[in-house]
Write a protein that binds this ligand. Structure first.
Ligand SMILES: *Cc1c(COP(=O)(O)O)cnc(C)c1O
Length: 377
């Protein structure tokens, strides 16, 4: 049995080593390092996979969010609503652009923001909502889209943790998360469900006008070389990363299924432990389990993490501190909701290893150790 890790990139690489090594070598030999044919190919493949009209590959998931917000042409001080319980990048880009991040409460069960958390925060300065599909499960997009239409707001989906997730509308229509709002963004950071071997990201939209604008923004604001129409930035997915992603995209659904299988085993193994709350499964979205996040009372959390760690099993806390408590955002914080819920979440969540390459014996060991911990308390 190999060492248990939160995510096992080595085993995954070894299974596709020949394909990857050939493609990387070919890309190097082509010397088309930037915007080469591999990037165009990946853009096309990803567009087909997502079922959307336009894809813009870019430098990373944070850039993707920034470019998306830049395309909305907001004014300094305009407000953008995002969850309080997420990775920092979501709120960081809002602040960086001189906009005001307005941090919302989230649902205790699903970890995601809902319309009822967003609506009370909307005022005349509110211009956009950034829902995050946290840990691999879709936020309730139907009600968020309805709300956004009512108040004429942009919706930018942060899909960095949920690529491959499908959301089902009440009329039975299904769409991939990231293609439902005006714009969707994702990250190909190595540990994400679709990860490259460095940094990478992408932007999705069905809106032609936004697509053309974002394409320009990501390329120094130009659509003709040396003629700059907008103040842009420089954000590119390089050809080597695109070549790797072309291969890994073919396996994404299988990778996500492996994660789901692992989650099902965990769920089943822990169902009789009253102290543990297993992840909520939404009825209108599948779960691609970027993280397998449980809830437990705070006083037990440290002891189980220590116990697992002493048995060479890693466990992590995503996320220990809500965004409104981060020093970086202290200027913006104006809490308009009861924070008990978020505090309770940050005090109770912990995540067990989940990835596409787990060996049965490793998962059996994790499960056994968790069960032993509860037998002994
Ligand atoms: C990883 C992540 C990002 C940022 O992606 P990078 O590629 O690291 O810039 C943004 N939002 C969420 C929710 C993420 O998990």
């Amino acid at each position: 049995m190999s060492d248990i890790q939160m995510v096992d990139l080595k085993s995954q690489y070894l299974k596709i080593k020949n394909e990857i090594d050939n493609e990387v070598l070919q890309t190097i030999q082509s010397t088309k390092f930037i915007n080469g044919p591999k990037v165009q190919e990946f853009q096309e493949n990803l567009k087909n996979y997502m079922g959307c009209n336009h894809v813009i590959p870019c430098g990373n998931g944070t850039d993707a969010l920034q470019i998306a917000l830049m395309a909305c042409e907001l004014e300094p001080g305009d407000e953008v609503i995002c969850p309080s319980f997420t990775y920092v990048a979501t709120a960081e880009v809002i602040a960086l652009l001189g906009l005001k991040p307005v941090m919302a409460n989230v649902d205790y069960e699903s970890f995601n923001i809902k319309a009822k958390h967003i609506e009370p925060l909307i005022n005349s300065k509110t211009k956009a909502i950034v829902p995050v599909h946290l840990f691999g499960q879709s936020a309730d997009m139907e009600e968020i889209i309805t709300l956004a239409k009512k108040y004429n707001l942009f919706v930018i989906e942060d899909n960095a943790q949920a690529i491959g997730c499908n959301y089902k509308f009440s009329n039975g229509e299904t769409k991939k998360t990231g293609t439902i709002g005006d714009i969707g963004t994702t990250s190909f950071f190595p540990s994400k469900n679709l990860g490259c071997y460095g940094d990478g990201g992408a932007i999705f939209t069905n809106n032609e006008e936004l697509f053309l604008k974002m394409k320009m923004i990501a390329n120094h604001g130009q659509n003709k070389k040396y003629y700059h129409k907008l103040t842009g930035c420089n954000s590119r997915l390089d050809s080597i990363q695109a070549a790797i992603l072309n291969i890994k995209l073919k396996y994404l659904d299988q990778y996500n299924l492996n994660r789901l299988k692992m989650a099902d085993i965990y769920d089943d193994s822990f169902k009789n432990i009253n102290e543990l709350v297993t992840p909520y499964r939404s009825s209108n979205s599948n779960h691609v389990f970027h993280q397998y996040t449980l809830k437990i009372e705070k006083k037990l959390r440290n002891s189980i993490i220590d116990y697992l760690s002493n048995n060479a099993i890693p466990a992590m806390i995503y996320y220990p501190v809500p965004l409104y408590k981060q020093e970086a955002f202290s200027n913006f914080v104006e809490l308009n909701f009861e924070i008990d819920n978020i505090e309770r979440l940050c005090n109770s969540v912990f995540s067990l290893p989940i990835h596409s390459e787990i060996e049965n014996s490793s998962q059996t060991k994790i499960v056994e150790k968790v069960l032993t911990f509860f037998k002994n308390i």
